[in-house]
Design a protein around this ligand. Sequence first.
Ligand SMILES: [Zn+2]
Length: 65
Amino acid sequence: MGMYVGKKTEICSICNQEKSRGIHLYTTFICEECEHEMVHTETNDPRYSFFINQLKTAIKSKMYR
Ligand SMILES: [Zn+2]
Protein backbone atom coordinates (compact mmCIF):
# COMPACT_ATOMS: atom_id res chain seq x y z
CA MET A 1 0.00 0.00 0.00
CA GLY A 2 1.32 3.40 -0.98
CA MET A 3 4.41 1.88 -2.55
CA TYR A 4 3.77 3.02 -6.08
CA VAL A 5 5.36 6.36 -6.83
CA GLY A 6 3.23 8.66 -8.91
CA LYS A 7 0.26 6.33 -8.86
CA LYS A 8 -2.37 6.93 -6.24
CA THR A 9 -4.22 3.77 -5.31
CA GLU A 10 -6.89 3.16 -2.73
CA ILE A 11 -8.49 0.10 -1.25
CA CYS A 12 -11.96 -0.52 -2.61
CA SER A 13 -14.56 -0.94 0.13
CA ILE A 14 -16.45 -3.58 -1.83
CA CYS A 15 -13.82 -5.94 -3.21
CA ASN A 16 -10.94 -4.89 -0.90
CA GLN A 17 -8.58 -4.68 -3.86
CA GLU A 18 -6.10 -1.91 -4.38
CA LYS A 19 -7.30 0.18 -7.32
CA SER A 20 -6.25 3.46 -8.87
CA ARG A 21 -9.55 4.25 -10.56
CA GLY A 22 -12.87 4.67 -8.82
CA ILE A 23 -15.27 7.00 -7.07
CA HIS A 24 -15.66 8.33 -3.55
CA LEU A 25 -18.93 7.87 -1.78
CA TYR A 26 -18.92 9.77 1.50
CA THR A 27 -15.54 8.75 2.94
CA THR A 28 -15.54 5.43 1.13
CA PHE A 29 -13.69 4.47 -2.02
CA ILE A 30 -15.36 2.25 -4.61
CA CYS A 31 -13.37 1.05 -7.59
CA GLU A 32 -14.57 1.48 -11.14
CA GLU A 33 -15.43 -2.21 -11.55
CA CYS A 34 -17.54 -2.39 -8.38
CA GLU A 35 -19.25 0.89 -9.13
CA HIS A 36 -20.12 -0.38 -12.59
CA GLU A 37 -21.42 -3.65 -11.15
CA MET A 38 -23.53 -1.87 -8.55
CA VAL A 39 -25.11 0.33 -11.17
CA HIS A 40 -26.00 -2.69 -13.27
CA THR A 41 -27.27 -4.84 -10.42
CA GLU A 42 -31.02 -4.99 -9.86
CA THR A 43 -32.17 -4.00 -6.38
CA ASN A 44 -33.82 -7.42 -5.95
CA ASP A 45 -30.55 -9.20 -6.78
CA PRO A 46 -28.93 -10.74 -3.67
CA ARG A 47 -25.63 -9.15 -4.70
CA TYR A 48 -27.20 -5.73 -4.36
CA SER A 49 -27.76 -6.18 -0.63
CA PHE A 50 -24.20 -7.49 -0.39
CA PHE A 51 -22.93 -4.25 -1.94
CA ILE A 52 -25.07 -2.16 0.40
CA ASN A 53 -23.85 -4.12 3.41
CA GLN A 54 -20.23 -3.72 2.41
CA LEU A 55 -20.79 0.01 2.04
CA LYS A 56 -22.53 0.35 5.39
CA THR A 57 -19.74 -1.55 7.11
CA ALA A 58 -17.11 0.58 5.42
CA ILE A 59 -18.81 3.85 6.31
CA LYS A 60 -19.35 2.77 9.92
CA SER A 61 -15.78 1.62 10.42
CA LYS A 62 -14.52 4.99 9.15
CA MET A 63 -16.91 6.88 11.43
CA TYR A 64 -15.65 5.18 14.57
CA ARG A 65 -11.98 5.34 13.70
ZN1 LIG B 1 -13.91 -2.89 -6.04
